[in-house]
Design a protein around this ligand. Structure first.
Ligand code: KMT
Ligand code: NI
Length: 186
């Protein structure tokens, strides 16, 4: 587990606020949370310099698929549009692993009380997010993320955007039961 701090976003970045800034700016509220806060959400966060560590985690957790994506204006057609799409709040019906091969970026995850928690990922960071957690991704102001996306099986990797239907999705309700059980047991 790394000791990097995690930051809650200012409300200014919420889509409901018309004066919101660019999603790629840090939007640092100055409020930090510690790694325990993330583990209570079911998130694991490591820093691995070797690909062997990534392979070990993937085989321990029985991951069968992976791909590599380079998110930058020169490598991704329609970069600006894609970056906005990654930033739509969504969940997956399966656990999600992301490994930052180069560059960096931000994963925002919904914490307790629906706060956005911003996780700044750097080269070598590997993050495991549980099924059913709402999240979104953006590049930072350097506009460069090279990442490996690992997924257990093909179809469940589809993003489900937040909305009434997703709120009652069984993976969402199971996630909340696990999360809130874990928090109150503290
Ligand atoms: C996700 O699930 O939001 C993504 O995979 C974003 C791109 S990977 C850095
Ligand atoms: Ni996702």
């Amino acid at each position: 587990m790394t000791t990097r701090l995690y930051v809650l976003l200012r409300p200014s970045l919420d889509p409901a606020n018309p004066s919101k800034g660019d999603q790629r700016e840090p939007h640092d509220s100055g409020r930090t949370v510690d790694p325990t806060y993330l583990s209570n959400l079911g998130i694991l966060h490591y820093n691995f310099s070797s690909q062997d560590d990534v392979d070990r985690i993937a085989s321990e957790r029985e991951y069968k698929n992976r791909d590599t994506i380079t998110i930058s204006p020169t490598t991704l057609p329609n970069y600006e549009e894609k970056v906005k799409n990654f930033f739509h709040e969504h969940l997956h019906e399966d656990e999600e692993i992301r490994y930052i091969i180069d560059g960096g970026g931000y994963f925002d995850v919904r914490g307790k009380d629906d706060d956005w928690v911003r996780i700044a990922l750097e080269k070598g960071d590997l993050m495991i997010m549980p099924a059913g957690i709402y999240h979104r991704f953006t590049t930072d102001e350097k506009n460069y993320t090279k990442a490996m996306r690992l997924f257990k099986d093909e179809p469940k990797w589809t993003p489900l955007n937040r909305g009434d239907e997703t709120e009652s999705n069984q993976y969402r309700t199971q996630y909340l039961q696990t999360r809130d059980g874990a928090v109150s047991a503290q």
